[in-house]
Design a protein around this ligand. Sequence first.
Ligand SMILES: Nc1ncnc2c1ncn2[C@@H]1O[C@H](COP(=O)(O)OP(=O)(O)OP(=O)(O)O)[C@@H](O)[C@H]1O
Length: 461
Amino acid sequence: MPNRNRSMLAGRPRVRDITTLAAENGLLSSMLLAPEMIAAVEATLTEGDFEDPARAKMFSLLVEMNRSGEHIRDQRLLLERLRASGLLDELGGPRQFLAEFIDHTEPANAASYAAQVRRNSVRRRMRTLANEFQSKAVADADPADLAGWLQAELGLLQSIASTDQHASTVAEACESLLQEIRHTAETGGSPGVLTGIDHIDGYYGGLLPSRLYVIAARPGVGKSSLAQQVGEAIAANNQGVLFISLEMSRQEIAARYLAKRCGINGKQLAAHAVSAADLQVIEKAAQDARSLPFLISEPNGRRATLAAICAEARVRKTTDGIAAIVVDYLQIIEPTHPRQTEYEKVTEATRAFKQLSRELGIPVVLLSQLNRQTEAGTKPRAPRLGDLRSSGSIEQDADGVLFLHELGRGSVRLMVPKMRGGERSEALLRFHGPSCTFSDAPIEDHDNFRAEFADYATDSF
Ligand SMILES: Nc1ncnc2c1ncn2[C@@H]1O[C@H](COP(=O)(O)OP(=O)(O)OP(=O)(O)O)[C@@H](O)[C@H]1O
């Protein structure tokens, strides 16, 4: 049995599948016969989906001719173009070309040939992946990294393989939106998972599925506290949360969790400096936490690479049905390879988290530091989207960006400079350090910071 498995993964040299060539020929023939189908075919295939290089080039040539309005049915023009590009020889000369693509043309369905070419292409990618996986497994790769890499590659293949099933008409899309709206109205709920932060829930309907949110602030302003609080609120609604904590240990998270519920300073709790009476209250709060679907994942000696994080998220989605993921924080993720620059790492990570949120259909909340420029001068200025820019693609990939800006005296400005499908906005919050809790600021705080808020209208993000 082991030998059989090995030969399956090794991918013995294959005799080229006749159906692959037949599908590619069938598609190209129907594109020649019905050029009006080319635009639709072009939306589902690329040159890279063809196995035969000459047929791949012919596909691109037909797409190009169609785009520039040339008459593909004009055989003389077509042969001229094929000859000029050297393709006619590659395809076996004029006689062969006519025999394969013109004379035997059936009035076939270009779309079904395109689907077949695409399926063949996905199968080829799967074989390549299997070979690559075997080489990496035989080499000295770290098993956890390797498993994460495989899972990410499989996720990608799955999304490519299922693209056909995801195509829908605008009427179907409208119907599915209507069903979601009816469901929200019937359940009296909200389109997203509720965060417990009134501004986010009231203004934006919570954190929406398939979206990437970035929470950014300078160190110590409260990103981790806000993210944990949001995670706890989601879990309190009986929806699972995966909190990937690359900075805080689970003991620190537990201390903050209990501090809020027991009215005891979190630092005291973390230092085990509690009275016997406190201990009883803490025990009760710890018991109540048992039913909370809040999962903490910390590196625990493992390398916290992007692949490992995404792999864990996929597993937890399947095993625990999580409704949201929080990653604390972007810059601390380990590079994929030793030569990867910070810019490359961040770009790769934001793309991967955006893709992950769509693949799993749940929101991903990514915490991020800001560039140092916000700290220049005596009083740190309010963050702007540009402060994320040198970190690569954060601004482009995030569907929503939330900034925290410390104003002093416990007041923190929550700024939303980007929200896909929503308006930018801001709110004033109050931060309580001992319990690491944010709450809505009382009205007198608004009076204190009115000047800052007046600035906001002219502030360019
Ligand atoms: N028990 C406590 N009493 C008072 N302040 C506290 C307590 N615990 C934490 N803090 C303060 O709360 C603030 C927010 O901490 P948090 O870890 O959420 O910030 P952060 O923005 O994630 O920072 P970093 O980037 O350093 O992780 C910090 O300034 C921290 O010193």
